[in-house]
Design a protein around this ligand. Sequence first.
Ligand code: KIV
Ligand code: ZN
Length: 389
Amino acid sequence: MSNRDQLIIFDTTLRDGEQSPGASMTREEKVRIARALERLRVDVIEAGFPAASKGDFESVRAVARTIRESRVCGLARARGEDIDRAGEALAEAVMPRIHTFIATSPIHMERKLQMTPDQVVEQAVWAVTRARQYCDDVEFSPEDAGRSDPDFLCRVLEAVIDAGATTVNIPDTVGYAVPEQFGALIARLRERIPNADKAVFSVHCHNDLGLAVANSLAAVGQGARQVECTINGLGERAGNAALEEIVMAVRTRQDALPVETRIDTREIVPTSRLVANITGFAVQPNKAIVGANAFAHESGIHQDGVLKHRETYEIMRAEDVGWSTNRMVLGKHSGRNAFRSRLQELGVEFESEQHLNEAFARFKDLADKKHEIFDEDLQALVTEAAQEL
Ligand code: KIV
Ligand code: ZN
């Protein structure tokens, strides 16, 4: 048994991820993804926003009926009708959670809600109290916390924890935070809120500046014990923190991060593929962990190093995240060692060193003209080289 704290992985692919323009999912698709998330051993699945539409209500209800091993969560604004819809949609969940939110930044309170700070505190407490009538597990988020006054956040969070919120989530709704400052905000809230130890501190970071994962990890360093994230970093605008990056950073850098997750990392790539296929959002080739090139080596120096010892250029094992293996890509930067090794795998033996040299010279000529050299290209050029000699 390890003595590290558990980092709760809260996946919001089916809710915030679905807010990516063009990523809507049917009920059946949501259930398929929820099953994959359960296999991945995600702790909490945010299945949707039941008050948003009849379809989303049905999807959350179907996920709640299907999932046994993960908590199932529904989002609700701090309004009676939203909370009641979420409570109803989650009625058959084994472990239900209601996640309610209201904005706390000056711009959102004045311009969007047209409410005073006092009214926002009152509404937040009212919403949490109402949600607790449906379940014991209630999460509260002060929306746009990244641009809210920290003293006001302390006031709201203390009040909602008193009202029964078991998780308080700090969203960087517009991806405005930078890691050091965001980590310091979490430290300050945990220090200053007198009842902070009665709730789990969570973070929910958007990627507008490409800092969602860095901000989340800075928060973990300061005591956040739940991270909200999505598969492939899907989500509103530039997306949310990518689950696969958070999980593998925690696993790979145990020396720097004092937590562990329950995730079965071998399910990461299959889940990423499923989400990409269902949403139609292709994963960029150089995406960390799940991109096609994440474990591919093209340059001769790197290939030679990896063939001698994988850890020269790999900090994780491809197999540990669900790839069948790492990959040597033959292209114009590749060297003789990788070329020979690939041909050996294909069962090709060179009769002489001269034959290898001739084939390698032909390979380099072809590589200057083509992005990637495939096995068929190799077979052809080896035959041609043999005929030439
Ligand atoms: O980004 C955000 O603020 C949200 C909240 C609903 C948590 O998605
Ligand atoms: Zn969000």
